[in-house]
Ligand binder design. Structure first.
Ligand code: NDP
Length: 447
């Protein structure tokens, strides 16, 4: 089996030599799915996984725009349309200076499996730009978003490809992007999700990824007859996903002691309660400042410049910032400090060494493609509401989100439960996602 996996990866490496994040995401899937395929006659000789690692389409485009000083800036825009076997492409847009083809292909590949897990009819895609929103004025953000959409609009549509937010793309950016799409196409459709409530958005969409990550942690704990109540939680990031993971974990009786951003992390032994979280939201969403501001208002808390929060003592870790933010040593440090639940809010936040350490220690470890699927699932619910031209209540959407997270958890058990009772959520999520997409691809023939 090892030689089969190696042979497959050699081929993928040859074709994608300079794409380390993409290769990392593919290898994790190959390690779990290839042994499964070997025992399934229907997939034999169909090269399904080889077809899945090749995007259906990749767009790369120039995004020229004018900054406040009158200078012309040129960024690069991308949209990866990875797989449409089970529905229109769906996946977020990331605006961050580190964005490149490798990162977006890894995200698009993960998205295919994640979207399949939600049970909603959504294919996988991802896009974005190397544009850095930090320090830009609202007018500059608007001009960039308009320029970006002036090209992207040719490639998307409510039945073709429906982008959403990701790092650096929140409600403000979705508004500017939607405005330009509507003007260019002269149609008001659900072409983006994460929209404002008065123009087609869904309640709970902003909260959904963070809430879903916490619901998934709760589902995992329930398999041990346990709950989040009284647990100490370390969260990384302080953006959209981290904020709502912190809110929901606190509502369920846990104590969140850390948040972070690219400058470092804060540790608050007393817990980040509702009032403190409101202040974090003011710092990050309104003032767009650094998380270190927190300790000015709450001096009992500490700020650790340039560090990540994985050396603190906690029961539960929720990495909600970015990819590869927990390395092997940090995973060991979490384990030796007693952490026994890891629910990933970010995409691929654990390096392969970290993921293997969690699996070897047989803790409750959920990969992002399962535990952070609540965001895209609620985007799917936003699409349904747009098509039906109705709005569900907050409670209705939250109930559907909980049900979807619990169904994803069940799928992971179905394909990931081992003979000794240990649930390998990585294997479970990869195989469950693969089966759904692969069956649709088989039915549709070689296209
Ligand atoms: P935001 O832009 O709202 O927040 C990102 C947070 O992560 C910020 O605190 C940011 O710090 C920090 N961060 C970003 N890059 C780095 C880095 N290289 N090193 C250290 N910290 C970093 O993004 P989201 O909360 O939306 O996304 C967070 C993660 O969740 C991403 O992995 C994303 O792909 C994933 N995700 C998001 C979904 C969504 O619905 N939004 C859905 C599913 C997954 P700073 O403020 O200093 O930049």
């Amino acid at each position: 089996m090892e030689s089969k996996i190696k042979g497959f990866m050699d081929l993928v490496k040859q074709r994608n030599q300079y794409e380390p994040e993409f290769l990392q995401a593919v290898e994790e899937v190959a390690e779990t799915v290839i042994p499964y395929i070997a025992n399934q006659e229907i997939y034999s000789g169909k090269n399904i996984l080889l077809r899945m690692v090749e995007p259906e389409r990749v767009m790369m485009f120039r995004v020229p725009w004018v900054d406040d000083s009158g200078e012309i800036i040129v960024n690069r825009g991308y949209r990866i349309q990875m797989n449409s076997a089970i529905g229109p492409y769906k996946g977020g847009l990331r605006f961050h200076p580190t964005v490149n083809l490798s990162i977006l292909k890894f995200l698009a590949f993960e998205q295919v499996f994640k979207n399949a897990l939600t049970t909603l009819p959504m294919g996988g895609g991802k896009g974005g730009s190397d544009f850095d929103p930090k320090g830009k004025s609202d007018d500059e953000i608007m001009r960039f978003c308009h320029a970006f959409m002036s090209e992207l609009s040719r490639h998307i549509g409510h039945n073709t490809d429906v982008p959403a937010g990701d790092i650096g793309v929140g409600g403000r950016e979705i508004g500017f992007l939607f405005g330009m799409y509507k003007k260019l196409r002269n149609e008001f459709t659900g072409v983006l999700t994460g929209k404002g409530m008065s123009w087609g958005g869904s309640l709970i969409r902003p909260e959904a990824t963070g809430y879903g990550t916490v619901y998934f942690a709760q589902n995992m704990l329930e398999t041990k007859g346990d709950t989040l109540k009284g647990k100490t939680v370390a969260v990384s990031g302080s953006g959209n996903v981290a904020q709502y993971a912190c809110e929901k974990a606190t509502q369920l009786g846990a104590k969140v002691v850390t948040l972070s951003d690219s400058s470092g992390y804060i540790f608050d032994a007393d817990g980040i309660d509702v009032d403190k979280l409101a202040y974090v939201m003011e710092i990050k969403n309104e003032r767009r400042d650094r998380i270190s501001e927190y300790v000015k208002k709450y001096p009992k808390a500490k700020f650790f410049r340039g560090e990540r929060p994985w050396s603190v003592k906690c029961d539960v870790a929720m990495p909600c910032a970015t990819q590869n933010e927990i390395n092997g040593d940090e995973a060991q440090s979490l384990l030796s400090n007693g952490c026994f639940v890891v629910s990933e809010g970010a995409n691929m936040p654990s390096t392969p060494d970290a993921a293997h350490a969690f699996q070897k220690a047989r803790i409750l470890y959920a990969p992002g493609k399962a535990s952070n699927a609540g965001g895209v699932a609620t985007s799917g619910l936003e699409m349904s509401q747009n098509s039906l031209r109705i709005n569900w209540t907050r409670d209705e959407v939250d109930e559907k989100l909980k049900k979807i997270m619990s169904d994803i958890h069940d799928s992971c058990i179905k394909f990931g439960k081992q003979d000794d009772g240990y649930i390998d959520y990585v294997t479970g999520a990869n195989i469950a996602g693969f089966v759904k997409v692969a069956d649709a691809m088989l039915a549709q023939g070689v296209v």
